[in-house]
Design a protein around this ligand. Structure first.
Ligand code: SF4
Length: 456
């Protein structure tokens, strides 16, 4: 069974599958060099990126993430402000500090290869890391797949995915029907059920504390994004809009003429801009879609009567329950199913969670989650210039507002609906499989094709 902490992971921008996953994979490779006792003999490292990781890797910081991961940095532990200076050193010829302690010669052009037109059969996001001794003999080779949301799987375990969980939980569920049946039988909300499952591995107070820590990182990201002036990295030097929007909205608010629904749009854009600039964010369930859940959560804190820490915990647990259904039955990877699997899933999680903390019944929560995905079906992933900026930042803003409206709509009705959440998840996955590769985080189609790169 997945954990709520698989869905919400504190990390760095701009991409869970292109930055967080590759850094974790490279860090694991460095650990393996140590465990297998071959670190001292290692004289050279080669990193090979395939498919989507190669095509959009530059804009998504994949190369930087992989190299810093080889130096034993983790997405949660690294200080985002140290990344750029360290990469400047490596690009200028500094030695690579494997596992943070063993230096090897490093040449970016020689040691990193981008196989832009080669896709490995298992997944669009693949990377292979090789370690060699001084005489050129191979010491270790591993292939990893970054399957979305910062999850990684190595080649040896690829076909074991989906096997029964090692840790038995009281309420095992694999689809929405099973989740709701457990809840009805036990008289639990989705949040209570997920909490009961989490408590197999740690006590309730620890789960609650960790969730509040995640909520605090989300909140800090909203606040930072609303203040952080300047331009986003990359060839387009896209202007950060959240600070000016924040000032304008505050002024309108003082005059009593601010549309309250502009706040969640602003919050989501603020987080997305932080993400785009490599800042500290929480995958929710991915980095590209990291603005939506925090924005709706912030809106709950700001505007819901009786908002409380308990409500925040319930919000995250419910959102995670919904996110798990997508992870188990479809995909949360833009490279696999397009943006419907990122922004669509985040909107579904936020709509269901917001509905739940406003007192929605199980049927209303399911309905909200289903509506949110139904109207993202077919959404493609076409980041301009391979950067998680356009259309991603605005798309997060629009989806946050949509999630709130959808929850409110579901609360006005009795929860009876034709299309079940399970059916819409299945439809999303089939639609994603039918989608051409050019619309799946390759920057070969859509806006990425029609918006030209600026001349240098
Ligand atoms: S278009 Fe959507 S899936 Fe693609 S990078 Fe942007 S947010 Fe992620």
């Amino acid at each position: 069974m997945l954990s709520v902490f698989d869905l919400f992971k504190i990390g760095i921008g701009p991409s869970s599958s292109h930055t967080v996953g590759p850094m974790l994979a490279a860090c694991r490779f460095a650990d393996l060099l140590v465990q297998q006792g071959v670190l001292p003999q290692t004289a050279q490292i080669k990193v090979e990126l395939y498919g989507s990781l190669a095509l959009t890797g530059e804009g998504h910081g994949t190369v930087d993430a992989a190299l810093l991961g080889l130096e034993s940095n983790t997405p949660k532990g690294i200080d985002p402000d140290t990344m750029l200076p360290r990469m400047q050193q490596l690009r200028a010829g500094a030695k690579l500090r494997l596992a943070a302690c063993h230096e090897v010669d490093f040449d970016l052009a020689r040691d990193v290869q981008l196989h832009k037109h080669l896709f490995l059969p298992q997944h669009a996001n693949a990377m292979r890391i090789k370690a060699f001794a001084a005489d050129g003999s191979s010491l270790l080779t591993k292939t990893y797949f970054s399957v979305g949301g910062g999850f990684i799987v190595d080649e040896e375990h690829w076909y074991q995915q989906g096997e029964p969980a090692e840790v038995a939980v009281p309420y095992d569920f694999h689809n929405s029907a099973q989740l709701i049946a457990h809840c009805q039988r036990q008289g639990l909300t989705m949040a209570q059920l997920v909490m009961a499952n989490e408590c197999v591995q740690r006590d309730q107070a620890a789960v609650r504390q960790q969730l509040l820590e995640i909520a605090a990182v989300m909140q800090a990201c909203v606040a930072k994004g609303c203040k952080h002036e300047g331009r986003l990295p990359g060839p387009f030097a896209v202007k950060r809009r959240a600070p000016a929007l924040y000032r304008r909205l505050e002024a309108m608010h003082m005059e009593g003429r601010a549309d309250v629904m502009l706040w969640p749009m602003l919050y989501a854009m603020a987080v997305s801009e932080e993400n785009a600039s490599g800042g500290r964010v929480v995958t929710a369930p991915t980095n590209g879609a990291a603005g939506i859940v925090p924005a709706v959560l912030q809106y709950y804190r700001d505007f819901a009567p009786n908002a409380s820490d308990e409500g925040v915990v319930d919000f995250l647990l419910t959102a995670a329950a919904i996110g798990m259904l997508y992870k188990m039955n479809a995909s949360i990877s833009g490279a696999e199913v397009g943006c419907q699997g990122e922004v669509g899933v985040a909107c579904s999680m936020a709509a269901g969670a917001y509905c739940a903390v406003l007192g929605g019944t199980l049927a209303q929560v399911e309905n909200a989650a289903e509506i949110a995905m139904e109207h993202h079906l077919g959404l493609t992933c076409d980041p301009v210039g391979g950067q998680v900026q356009v259309p991603c930042v605005e798309r997060n803003g629009v989806a946050a507002e949509k999630a709130i409206k959808i929850a409110q709509l579901a609360l006005l009705e009795d929860g009876e609906h034709l299309v079940s959440l399970d059916k819409v998840i299945e439809t999303m996955y089939r639609t994603g499989l039918d989608m051409k590769n050019s619309y799946k985080e390759t920057s070969l189609g859509g806006l990425a094709l029609t918006v030209a790169q600026p001349e240098c």
